[in-house]
Unconditional design. Sequence first.
Length: 355
Amino acid sequence: MGIYLTDQKIIDTRSSFHELLNHVFSQNKELYLEYGKIEYPHLKTYFLESNYPEDYDLSRNIPKEYKLYKSNEEDFYRLANKENKNAGFLDTSRGRIWQFFSLEKSEKSDSFVKKWADNTINLDRCWQSNDTLKKYETEYTFRGIGIKFDDIFTDYKDRNSLSLKLWTKRGLSEIEDKLYKLVKEEYYRTSTRIQEDDSEDKDPIFLNEIYYDGKVTTTFSKTPDHLFNFNRIFINKYVKLLEIIEDRRGVFGEPIEILFDRSIDIQKIANFFTTGKYPFRLLLIKHKEKDDFIGLHGLDLHTHQPISIDIGLDYIWINIPKITCGNAGIRIPTLLGFQILGKKEIFIGGEKLFA
């Protein structure tokens, strides 16, 4: 990481954060467009869903090797560690959806978010389903996908897995296109790379990669404002999805239905839901069991609120009670999407959830 990022003065305002991003983006853009390389690490934006009350002391759950400082501006915080006094920045100005920014290398920022958000009550990721990622590809210029399949419902020694990254600058070749079409029939994307084009300039406005777990990496952006405009769109989409789940759940009591195009192993899935393990964060017990059906109920560990799940041979129903957080209604279908092979359709009240 360049000296500019580690030995600078403390950044405790949005304007000084914007100045930093301006420098990073301008350097990265020039190198990337000319040579396909970057000088500074990508900007990582982690979108998080929060159920914290407004007066909660956010520093309470920060991993011990870090400190979180309230900045001179409302809803803006600075993260520091021994090596970097500007290790990250937290913006909580959008209410329920938080943005955590980091210019540290991915292994460091990913590790911090995992220790913090994935192990703290009332924090969760802003999960991006296969259909959501696919929609971004139609709204912007497609620049590639990532696919990762890990059969977590099978014992480790017998598991199958697949990882694929397919990036393009000028469109897929004939062979790449065949591979893409073949793989996406069985496997769901875990990331998508997009760019926004500029009708008045040959250079793109930004280049982003969006991941299933709500992480967005930005290689460059013409200005920070272009980046933050994309972030606003991202947040608005997610809030709307939460509203659909919580409104329909609250008024009609309708479950989220996941329909599979083949039979699933109901015992293995049910057993995994009883462990409380990440990434599902469900601690359930079986209360009904037949050869072709298992009913479970218990806690969503994101909020410690009740949830129940019904598993059939080719379907899963997620029942989220009234006045509870609806984020599990996005988390569970998203994770099942790329950890069970084949096509899935996801509905609430007879309408496609991620349409």
